[in-house]
Design a protein around this ligand. Structure first.
Ligand code: FAD
Length: 491
């Protein structure tokens, strides 16, 4: 049929995956249409994810840090929080970044089309215009004809079916609205998103409970690191309920009454509790089933993921998918790298550039960070994973109690832990397989360990790399020396 717009590449979704793909494709000379249902670009990450949560976590971290100063003779008195101003600050931060994206799209001549996109054929996407602050549809539809498409439609928070519709039950988006600070708050799900939001609310004055089905918080992180995080954060919590399921919830005038059950047979269930705010943070589900992808020949799994190969190609060879919608880990930095691969492969194929057309996503590792206080950051193999996979590892553990900078900062609870291949074939010079840190600024330092893994560094490479003194990053060099067996002095 007739199309209203015609392009080389249509990108569906304006999050970190989508805008990165659109920008790279435009930079490579392609004609790009970027479709987004919301008024601003940036997706979950900029509008209701990474960025607003970090704006609030920064404020919380400073508030908590100031409390530590009392012990060194500096007192500020109790904080006075104006929650409207704080919310306004967070919105300003978002606005700066989304406004910047709109400008960058314009500079690159990327056509941004506001509306809800669905496939209507192998080379056609219909876009129904949306309006207002949300995604209200107007009925007016345009058809975009494309040579290639990149699906970057992201994910959304999972809702438990038995949760009542009530303003006191929120997901991360609702929690970031920061309407008020509850007295008692339940975090459903002990993952990064729940614990980050819990940190903000608890610093602002809420008492926390957390309920988690598995036997530990922050699944995926090394247990040695989580143990320290949990010890430091114990004062925020009334109850940490592990191996526990949430089985019911009821809205009452006093609050949301939540009932629990043991996750394992023979376990004991905690008593029901009543909360002023319940945050559902039990995971995110991909948006793959809402795009009429089958109309373009794109396979979608039962759970809504879109399977892709290492070039980010779906089951339809001219259509690519990236970001949360293709699978775990659902992280912005993964989406951005996948975006560049998809854009380069398409440009390479359209322009007959073999080198670009051969682009592939083959990162060895993807780092994870919990921006809590202290932060927890990890990348590659953990000790438990190594054990489960039968890989013999040599450990280098460096407690920050021996770091001059951490002591000077009054924050020496941290630990840096590196794992090296210790299989017989490694002959005592095994490469780094994984690492993690718990401590202030851990997230800003984990990139070095990721680089070491990508480069195939061994303990000597890292230990002999001169790190500046006195820094927290020195702990990475020291941990490597510990693993190598040559750490004699303490900075
Ligand atoms: P999204 O960001 O989800 O973007 C998809 C876009 O597509 C959305 O804007 C959506 O409106 C649009 N869309 C979907 N369907 C359609 C359609 N049919 N038509 C038109 N538009 C459509 N990750 C990190 O790396 N670091 C963090 O610190 C971090 N913190 C987070 C904190 C929170 C509270 C949350 C919820 C997430 C956080 N994440 C973080 C995860 C991160 O936000 C996601 O991994 C990232 O946004 C995924 O990017 P994406 O481009 O795949 O999808």
């Amino acid at each position: 049929g007739a199309a209203d717009l015609d392009c080389d590449v249509v990108v569906l979704g304006g999050g970190p995956g989508g805008y990165s793909a659109a920008f790279r494709a435009a930079d490579l000379g392609l004609k790009v249409v970027l479709v987004e249902r919301y008024a601003t670009l940036g997706g979950v990450c900029l509008n209701v994810g990474c960025i607003p949560s970090k704006a609030l976590l920064h404020v919380a971290a400073v508030m908590d840090e100031v409390k530590h100063l009392s012990a060194v003779g500096v007192d500020f008195g109790a904080p006075q929080v104006n929650i409207d101003t704080l919310r306004g600050h967070k919105e300003k931060v978002i606005g700066k970044l989304t406004g910047g994206l709109a400008q960058m799209a314009k500079m690159r001549k990327v056509t941004v089309l506001r509306g809800y996109g669905q496939f209507v054929g192998s080379h056609h996407l219909s876009v129904e215009a949306t309006q207002g602050e949300g995604t209200q549809r107007s009925g007016a539809t345009q058809v975009v004809q494309f040579k290639n498409a990149i699906i970057a439609a992201g994910s959304q928070a999972v809702r438990l079916p038995f949760m009542p519709e009530d303003p006191r039950v929120v997901d991360s988006t609702g929690a970031l609205e920061l309407k008020e600070v509850p007295k008692r708050m339940l975090i459903l799900g002990g993952g990064i998103i729940g614990l980050e939001m819990g940190t903000v609310y608890s610093t602002l004055g809420a008492r926390l409970d957390v309920v988690e089905m598995m036997d530990g918080l922050m699944q995926g992180a090394d247990r040695d690191l989580v143990k320290i995080w949990q010890k430091m954060n114990a004062p925020r919590f009334d109850n940490i309920m592990l191996k526990t399921k949430t089985v019911g919830a009821e809205a009452t005038p006093e609050g949301i009454k939540v009932t629990f059950a043991a996750a394992e047979e023979g376990g004991t269930a905690p008593e029901p509790q009543t909360y002023d705010l319940v945050l559902q943070a039990v995971g995110r589900t991909p948006n793959g089933k809402k795009l009429a992808a089958e109309a373009a020949g794109v396979s979608v799994t039962d759970r809504g993921f879109i399977p892709v190969d290492i070039q980010m190609r779906t089951s339809a060879p001219h259509i690519f998918a990236i970001g949360d919608i293709v699978g775990q880990p659902m992280l912005a930095h993964k989406a951005v790298h996948e975006a560049h691969v998809a854009a380069e492969v398409i440009a390479g194929e359209l322009q007959g550039n073999k080198e670009l057309a051969a682009a592939a996503f083959n990162a060895r590792v993807i780092p994870s960070v919990a921006y809590t206080d202290p932060e927890v950051a990890w990348v590659g193999l953990t000790e438990d994973q190594a054990k489960a996979q039968g890989i013999k590892v040599k450990k280098g553990l460096f407690p920050w109690a021996a770091s001059g900078r951490a002591i000077a900062n009054g924050r020496d609870e941290g630990v840096t832990k590196l794992l090296f291949d210790d299989s017989p074939e490694a002959h005592g010079h095994g490469r780094i397989l994984g690492g993690g840190m718990v401590g202030t600024h851990a997230g800003d330092m984990i990139g070095e360990i990721a680089l070491a893994i990508e480069m195939g560094a061994d303990a000597v490479d890292i230990g002999k790399t001169i790190h500046p003194h006195p820094t927290l990053g020195e702990s990475i060099g020291m941990a490597a020396e510990v693993a190598h067996g040559s750490c004699t002095d303490v900075p």
